[in-house]
Design a protein around this ligand. Structure first.
Ligand SMILES: [Zn+2]
Length: 419
């Protein structure tokens, strides 16, 4: 074996070694730390992980890239498993109204909120959406993110815009170092013309959109915003069950604002993840743990909305829910691409330990995209998606918040970002 890249003398190598499945309870605190670690990479894959010197059967030559990990931390590439990456426009113009206390529904009535993003996305060309999302992906990569999920949902009943969003996500996944996983989320809001009869829109999603998305291979997952005033539990179930029949794996925006039973529904229909969960009931959390539904938490959104309400991460972890963390990057409720900041929020606001945070942002994020066999830990055979941080230990990233600690990012066995 001849290594393409070697990272050696790593002060703290967090491997996340363990079973290729969502980690729960105490497993979330087992981060597989190796001091004086060494990693070897060949053909995009990890071929050796250990301590001290490389074994003799791993050869190097003048083409081998040697990275010195002295004084550094190495982790698996971060996984941002819930974003609304592809969209037109931005909404900083609403900030002044929000600061004055104008309610979201009044901003919406004034043509703002999600509707303004829907308009901007409908009016943007493929190239404009691509360029804007690419800038975001570049930023994400610089923060150590190597895999990103991207949802449609700013076209709504304008199916061409939904398709355009998913095609942009797929094309970026091909062109950009970051792997982009596409999710169909036509059920993101009730379009104005279906306001008085949302069931008609549910029928359109089920009968026209989902079959087309599946036939054209535009998405891996199907997601629904299950919330008071958006889609009911029944409608959500209807859409996600149809998606399942067409091979789209179910995810759900659940119990973000009201305790509607989204967590219970996620367990009942076997969602891969239920996301937000700020108002999830105790029963729903228990059911999710029993059925192995991942709880994908988005504390950046809680921070930005300042509602004072937070997902109960401690309870979820104690009950055995595998917790993942994501930015929820979107132009309204959480306009940041910075996963490191989200990891600080998770620890400071949700009281997750640094080890739990690291697990949530790597292997559990990978599992919430059904990629736990390929990524999420630094183990022989897995993709060489690896981040070198210029910090003395992982805790430091969380503690020294709001700035970028990335030194290098390796994606598919290539150095794609260097400070
Ligand atoms: Zn979202």
């Amino acid at each position: 074996m001849k290594a393409d890249i070697i990272i050696k003398n790593i002060d703290k190598l967090y491997t996340l070694k363990g079973p290729n499945r969502p980690r729960v309870k105490d497993e979330m605190r087992q981060v597989g730390l190796i001091e004086d670690g060494v990693v070897a990479i060949e053909d995009g894959k990890i071929i050796y992980v250990g301590q001290g010197q490389l074994p003799e059967d791993i050869k190097t030559d003048e083409t081998t890239v040697i990275i010195d990990g002295r004084g550094k931390v190495v982790t698996p590439g971060l996984v941002d498993s819930h974003t609304h990456l592809v969209h037109g426009g931005s909404r900083e113009n609403e900030l002044a109204m929000k600061l004055k206390g104008v309610k979201y529904l009044d901003i919406l009535a004034a043509g703002g909120g999600i509707l303004s993003t829907v308009n901007a996305t409908r009016n943007a060309t493929f190239q404009e959406l691509y360029d804007q999302a690419k800038k975001s992906l570049d930023r994400m990569l610089s923060y150590g993110v190597t895999t990103v999920e991207a949802k449609s949902g700013y076209g709504l009943d304008d199916f061409d815009t939904e398709i355009k969003q998913m095609e942009v996500a797929i094309k970026l996944g091909e062109d950009h170092p970051i792997d982009v996983i596409s999710t169909f989320m036509g059920a993101h809001a009730i379009p104005s013309r279906y306001k008085d009869n949302p069931d008609l829109f549910v029928d359109v999603i089920k009968n026209e959109m989902i079959p087309e998305v599946a036939k054209r291979g535009l998405a891996k997952f199907c997601d629904v915003f299950c919330e008071k005033g958006v889609f009911t539990v029944e409608q959500t179930k209807d859409i996600l069950e149809t998606g399942k029949q067409w091979g789209l794996l179910p995810k759900v925006h659940a119990d973000e604002i009201e305790t509607l039973g989204g967590a219970e529904l996620a367990a009942e229909i076997g969602c891969v993840s239920a996301d937000h969960l700020i108002a999830a009931s105790d029963k729903g959390i228990k059911m999710m743990a029993e059925k192995g539904v991942i709880g994908n938490l988005l504390p950046g959104t809680s921070f930005n909305l300042q509602s004072g309400k937070l997902a109960n991460a401690r309870k979820m972890i104690e009950e055995g829910v595998a917790v993942a963390l994501s930015t929820d990057y979107n132009p309204g409720s959480c306009p940041t691409e910075n996963m490191q900041l989200i990891m600080s929020f998770a620890s400071i606001m949700l009281k997750m330990t640094p080890e739990e945070v690291l697990t949530a942002a790597t292997i559990n994020g990978a599992a919430s995209l059904k990629l736990e066999e390929e990524i999420g830990s630094i183990e022989v055979g897995k993709k060489a998606d690896i981040v070198v941080f210029d910090v003395p230990n992982f805790e430091y990233i969380i503690y020294h918040f709001g700035v970028n600690h990335t030194d290098k990012v390796i994606k598919d066995g290539k150095v794609v970002f260097s400070k």
